[in-house]
Design a protein around this ligand. Sequence first.
Ligand SMILES: *Cc1c(COP(=O)(O)O)cnc(C)c1O
Length: 330
Amino acid sequence: MIDLRSDTLTKPTESMRAAMARADVGDDVYGEDPTVALLEERVAGMFGHEAAMFTPTGSMANVLAVRSLVAPGQEVLCEASAHIARAELGAHGAYSGVTMRTWIHPRGQVDLPMIQTIFAPDMGPFFVPTAAIAVENTHNFAGGAVLPIGDLRDLREYATGVGVGVHMDGARIWNAHVATGVPLEEYGAIADVMAVCLSKGLGAPIGSLMVGNADAIAESRIWRKRMGGGMRQVGILAAAGLHALDHHIDRLADDHEHARLLAEACGVDPTSVDTNIVVVPRTDAADFVAAAREAGVLVSAVGPTAVRLVTHLDITRADAEKAAAALGSL
Ligand SMILES: *Cc1c(COP(=O)(O)O)cnc(C)c1O
């Protein structure tokens, strides 16, 4: 089976497992795991921020990052199909008392005029005040769409002007970086806080980081522990992340090429595929998924009228060509 359901499905490579086995570890709740410290320092530096914190999931990194900007009873603005709005099961409301209002963009993009329209200043006892604006780069449900750096800079300028924070859900920021050549630091400069994943295209089995200033990270360490996310000899997982940063960033370009190949075979304009996700419009999504399975390819339906294909570390060029032929004939 060629598995194109998600880039979370990757399994650690032999050399990643070897790096994990060798990892120097300590109790990270005591702040004594040297491998975690190395990973946190390295990732913070990559984005030009002061500090970072390892979390078990990207969802936890997002929850902690958003709550560092938004107090209970305040709101964050985001695009309607953002992961924080759709795929975190209401965590921001359930845990942090954060509400959301959304703008809609079919490609998950920054729509500054709309953001300006829905932004709510603090008016005392009348309306929920906007405390932060969140963006997702690349945008998962918009098919791995990249947010142009110019739009992000304009958003940053606007947010600073009205005095609100910016959160970037950068679960796949690595894909955006490889697709555009924009340095990670330039993406980092847009955001007060970020969440980045090691367990998507980078191929680590577990792990994400929240990135931000030293105060935000120090406070978030307390909240991470409060949520049950304090981890002990977790350097064994941080080592997988460090290995991924060393070996699996540049190769994301292969995933993007494979995605364009699949798009072409499925009648999707390959120039509309920014990174490693292809959304194929199909009115018969469930039937298509079943037929693809028969043909040896696992894909997922996203709602009744679209199918999603995701390329990743465990999909070779030969796999992509084989899947393209199989899906093309469907
Ligand atoms: C996968 C993903 C996350 C985090 O997911 P976890 O499964 O909690 O690690 C966050 N944001 C986006 C856009 C994602 O695709």
